[in-house]
Design a binder for this molecule. Structure first.
Ligand SMILES: *Cc1c(COP(=O)(O)O)cnc(C)c1O
Length: 425
């Protein structure tokens, strides 16, 4: 299996080549050259994620150097479950937040780390993973690569731009993880990372690699939990479920479309967004107008220029085709608060602000057989959620352990030369 660039000007790449380059050389994003069909009807609904992962991912590894290791990679990356919980008769909540840093990004980051680990063993010189984060990506990547030989991680996050607990999860590591607190915005962080990647001396000296959601190694594994959840929900509802996904850069949503393409029993796909309406506007008119993002309660989705949109339009070049299989709904902060309150009061479930956008979208669209992706644990956003529901959110063990750790962080300006100095220093 090869992967083609959405811009069609690069040579086809293997999975492992895509893993290391992130963006395709022509600036496009890698997409599979063809779509195998997986026989989902023959899979046992009760299978674990690791078991489902193998038939779902094997076609994409065929011929790749990592093919012989896939089973082991899946076993390590999918070592925690994604249970479905009943919110009400029409909505099942798919809990994707039982990993080390309590967001769905743990799945992709751990899969990536398992892949890198096996390459590092044969490659010699260490690689440096440089990540700009608005919160959850950085911690998932830090946790996944912490203490892994042959890799150092450098995380940049905006000072004052993440919740207190997210910051703990970004800075409680040390050793091969360096956390840099940037005196600027997320866009500044991203800009510094981009500048570093354009500096070819720096790039080759430190073997800089990215780990953001455009990386094919993060995207493919995300199909697995949607495939598994759709099988389970189909058994429960007696019909194909609709999937509702809290969306920002569209990495999770594209994985859902890809799982559907492989034949997983997924009906309509709903993208739930916050008050950043760039996607909802695109769905209405078919015109894409990227813009600066605005801050909302669902901060991991504060995106004004979704980086995976190119993959979506590669699948659905015409907006009419996309509208047939999918909808997009934008949810305001007021509705997020109302939905967190209602979910707790009516159904006794505590949800995070991102998940709330998707619950509300399912209600507004009057879905009858919905699976809502719960992308983060509410305890990560305790300062928002506890004031709304009037009580503290119980803290999972992996978070309380991290809250006790010493933090290691370096302050840095928005000047890309500062980053260069720190890398070389
Ligand atoms: C990253 C993130 C999202 C958005 O996911 P995309 O793949 O960027 O669309 C939603 N919710 C949470 C909690 C996240 O961390």
């Amino acid at each position: 299996m090869k992967f083609l660039s959405t811009r069609k000007k690069s040579l086809p790449a293997s999975f492992s080549e895509g893993l290391f380059c992130g963006l395709a050389p022509d600036g496009g994003l890698h997409v599979p050259e063809s779509w195998p069909v997986v026989d989902f009807a023959s899979l046992d609904v009760e299978s674990s994620l690791a078991e489902i992962a193998l038939p779902v991912l094997a076609p994409f590894f065929s011929g790749d150097e990592l093919e012989p290791h896939l089973q082991e990679i899946c076993r390590s990356a999918f070592s925690f479950a994604a249970p479905l919980k009943t919110l009400n008769p029409k909505i099942q909540i798919l809990e994707l937040f039982h990993g080390p840093t309590l967001s769905f990004k743990d799945y992709g980051a751990r899969f990536l780390s398992e892949c890198f680990k096996r390459h590092a063993a044969s490659a010699g010189a260490p690689v440096t993973i440089l990540v700009a984060t608005s919160g959850d990506t950085g911690s998932a990547v830090a946790a996944a690569f912490h203490q892994k030989p042959g890799v150092q991680v450098v995380v940049l996050y905006p000072k004052g731009g993440v919740s207190e607990r997210q910051e703990k999860q970004l800075t409680g590591w040390g050793e091969n993880v360096r956390s840099l607190r940037v005196a600027g915005s997320f866009d500044d962080c991203q800009n510094m990372v981009k500048t570093a990647f354009q500096n070819s001396a720096l790039k080759s000296r430190w073997r800089l690699t990215s780990a953001n959601s455009i990386n094919i190694g993060r995207l493919l594994p995300q199909m697995v939990y949607f495939a598994s959840a759709s099988l389970r929900a189909q058994a429960l509802y007696g019909t194909e479920p609709q999937l509702v996904i809290p969306s920002g850069n569209l990495g999770n949503a594209v994985a859902a479309f890809w799982a559907k393409k492989l034949g997983a029993p997924i009906g309509h796909v709903v993208l739930a967004t916050n008050a950043n309406t760039v996607l909802a506007d695109f769905f209405k008119a078919g015109e894409f107008n990227p813009r600066a993002s605005q801050n909302t309660l669902a901060n991991a989705m504060d995106v004004g220029n979704p980086s995976n949109l190119e993959r979506l339009t590669a699948m659905y070049p015409d907006i009419g085709g996309l509208q047939k299989v999918s909808s997009c709904v934008s949810i305001s902060d007021d509705l997020i608060k109302e939905t967190i309150r209602d979910s707790f009061n009516k159904w006794n479930m505590i949800i995070c602000p991102h998940t709330a956008t998707a619950v509300k979208a399912a209600q507004l669209l009057q879905l009858e057989h919905a699976v809502v992706a719960a992308t983060a644990h509410p305890a990560k956003f305790d300062s928002i959620v506890s004031t709304i529901i009037g009580r503290p959110v119980p803290i999972p063990l992996q978070l309380s352990q991290l809250l006790d750790r010493d933090t290691v962080v370096q302050d840095i300006s928005t000047d890309p030369r500062d980053l260069e100095r720190i890398l070389n220093g």
